[in-house]
Design a protein around this ligand. Structure first.
Ligand code: GLY
Length: 306
């Protein structure tokens, strides 16, 4: 039973007119992944689906990543193979087009699991990834507006709790993209993000931390989206796969994982997508929106939702 699910991030989409475009974006990404999955590789499927989302400036990953407090796009991405527990991630990488592909190279070409900052950029160049500016005009405009609001209220100087900031400014949470696929043999999970708006320089979220925002093993895989600090503290992607190990399917495990996030950190914090090794898909969120799309064997069209 082949299966793939993608997400375009959990949070609140304030402008309703964006929603159809976001749904078209996740549909396109799931089909890019599905076409690879039919050729037999969940790794290729996850990479292609995430690349499609990274290339779409509507989503906060690759082109269109949100900006740090000092106006830079510092991106995180990870990919994990469930059958071997091989994993590759980049944290705080800059000036590349497809962080997910660099993460895959870390998995396949190095003995390490995570490369960060300048080292990750240096590795990307060694692997032939060209210099690329992922910062869009729209993100610069949003960054200026948000920074102005925060500076006027003195919150930048007194910024102690990211979650408090997000409660007041839900647009800060610009979320993430991800894909999880099962090719009949293994589950693979991948996630990519620009992080959260106005994050401190050097801040690493859940996405590249294996087990926090991205995880897969022989029973299931998961990709998280939302406030990264929540998924880090709950080791949420790994916890979600533990629920499958205890007997739940991907759907039940997704709901259990989000219940955990809500219990400890409240609503408006997290979303998750999952696939288990029986080819079941699951998704859950405690935010207003989480764009997603999935395809399973036997379906003619993807199921798309928000
Ligand atoms: N979930 C993405 C982040 O917080 O960086």
């Amino acid at each position: 039973m082949l299966a793939i699910i993608v997400h375009g991030g959990a949070g609140t989409i304030r402008k309703e007119e964006r929603i159809p475009k976001v749904l078209a974006g996740v549909r396109e990404a799931v089909m890019a992944g599905w076409n690879e999955l039919r050729n037999g590789s969940a790794v290729d499927a996850v990479e292609e689906a995430v690349k499609a989302l990274e290339d779409n400036p509507l989503f906060n990953a690759g082109t269109g990543s949100v900006l740090t407090l000092d106006g830079k796009a510092e991106m995180d991405a990870a990919i994990v193979r469930g059958s071997t527990l091989e994993a590759g991630a980049v944290a705080g990488i800059t000036n590349v087009r497809h962080p997910i592909s660099v993460a895959r190279m870390v998995m396949e070409k190095t003995d390490h699991a995570v490369l960060g900052g300048e080292g990750a950029v240096k590795f990307a160049r060694l692997m032939g990834f060209e210099e690329y500016n992922p910062v869009t005009e729209e993100r610069i405009k949003q960054w200026k507006e948000l920074r102005k609001k925060l500076v006027e209220k003195g919150e930048v100087r007194h910024w102690k709790k990211l979650s408090e900031l997000i409660k007041e400014h839900p647009e800060v949470l610009r979320s993430t993209v991800g894909a999880v696929a099962f090719d009949g043999n293994e589950v693979v999970a991948g996630t990519s993000t620009g992080g959260v708006f106005l994050k401190m320089f050097g801040r690493i979220g859940d996405t590249p931390l294996i087990g926090a925002g991205t995880y897969a093993n022989e029973v299931a895989g998961a990709s998280c989206t939302g406030l990264g600090e929540v998924a880090v503290r709950l080791v949420l992607a790994k916890s979600a796969t533990d629920f499958v190990r205890l007997g739940m399917d991907a759907r039940g495990a997704s709901e259990a994982a989000i219940n955990l996030a809500t219990k400890y950190f409240g609503p408006d914090t997290m979303g998750i997508i999952m696939v288990d090794s029986k080819g079941n898909v699951g998704f859950a969120k405690n935010t207003k929106h989480m764009s997603h799309a999935y395809m399973r064997e036997g379906m003619k069209e993807p199921e798309v939702g928000i």
